[in-house]
Design a protein around this ligand. Structure first.
Ligand code: DGL
Length: 277
């Protein structure tokens, strides 16, 4: 299947929505950042809530699900695909880029670029799901920018459920975070990449643990900047749209609506359930 850019004019493309997908609701942190810097764009968000989490699944399964999610968005006529999920971005970007002729943006490259630009001691920490960390993708991307940078990864599997429970600033969260982050602290990193959709909500705790000398790089805001640049470079940005967001999920919409509003920091009014794959 191919996307629909083909020979259509930029004028038509410009008005089309941006398509964002994630394994569930975490990708709303990316949507929030995109909306901040691209307030004129319409957006369609798909959360694969029936099959979340991706973070403990195999590469093949993550690629299969990612293609199904992106096919759904392409079917709705989006002008760009954003794989907001770090786990999905770790494995599926080459496949998605071969499959469509619209731009496909992931969260790894932008996060890696942010970290490579921020580190002074050339020591970067990366945290994410088990799948993302074991893929070593952040290490590869950071080393592509500067091979001298030492990259130390740590998976933090309990962070996703803690965030979904809304336990953002509790003593339990702090104890768990200190335990996960201790090896990175010992290695003397000076920048840390939040390599998972959910982690921006834990930024206050993580910043407190590392102190002010460690830069905390949020992949979500770096990705939003990359999205803007690609739209501009392709002449397909829309400054005058209605900024409408449509939300689709593969399981029960109500829970997504409730917890999603917390991720987004604003109310989600309507969510539709659809079957993909
Ligand atoms: N969206 C996933 C990520 O950024 C976290 C949740 C999951 O494991 O599916 O890696």
């Amino acid at each position: 299947m191919r996307g629909q850019t083909g020979s259509r004019s930029n004028g038509i493309m410009r008005k089309r929505p941006i398509g964002i997908f994630d394994s569930g609701l975490g990708g709303l942190t990316v949507l929030k950042e995109i909306r901040k810097i691209l307030p004129g764009e319409d957006i369609i968000y798909f959360g694969d809530t029936a099959r979340v989490p991706y973070g403990a699944k195999s590469r093949d399964t993550v690629i299969k699900f990612s293609v199904q999610n992106a096919d759904f968005l392409v079917g709705l006529g989006v002008k760009m695909i954003v794989a907001a999920c770090n786990t999905s971005s770790s494995f599926s970007l080459p496949t998605l880029r071969r499959r469509y002729n619209i731009p496909v943006v992931g969260v790894i490259g932008p996060g890696a670029k942010g970290a490579a630009g921020a580190t002074r001691k050339l020591k970067v920490g990366v945290i994410g799901t088990k799948a993302t960390i074991s893929s070593d993708i952040y290490k590869k991307e950071i080393k592509k920018i500067n091979p001298k940078i030492d990259v130390i990864g740590a998976s933090c599997p309990l962070f996703v459920p803690l965030v979904e429970e809304g336990w953002l600033n509790t003593d339990v969260t702090e104890v768990i975070a200190r335990r996960y982050l201790a090896p990175l602290k010992q290695k003397g990193i000076d920048s840390i990449v939040l390599g998972c959709t959910h982690y921006p909500l834990l930024k206050p705790v993580i910043s407190r643990i590392f102190g002010k000398n460690v830069s905390v790089i949020d992949s979500a805001s770096q990705t939003a900047k990359a999205v803007k640049k690609i739209l501009d470079n392709n002449g397909i940005s829309n400054n005058s749209g209605q900024a409408r967001c449509r939300f689709y999920v593969s399981d029960e919409p109500e829970l997504f609506r409730k917890i999603g509003s917390r991720f987004l920091g604003s109310r989600i009014n309507s969510v539709k359930r659809v079957e993909v794959g």
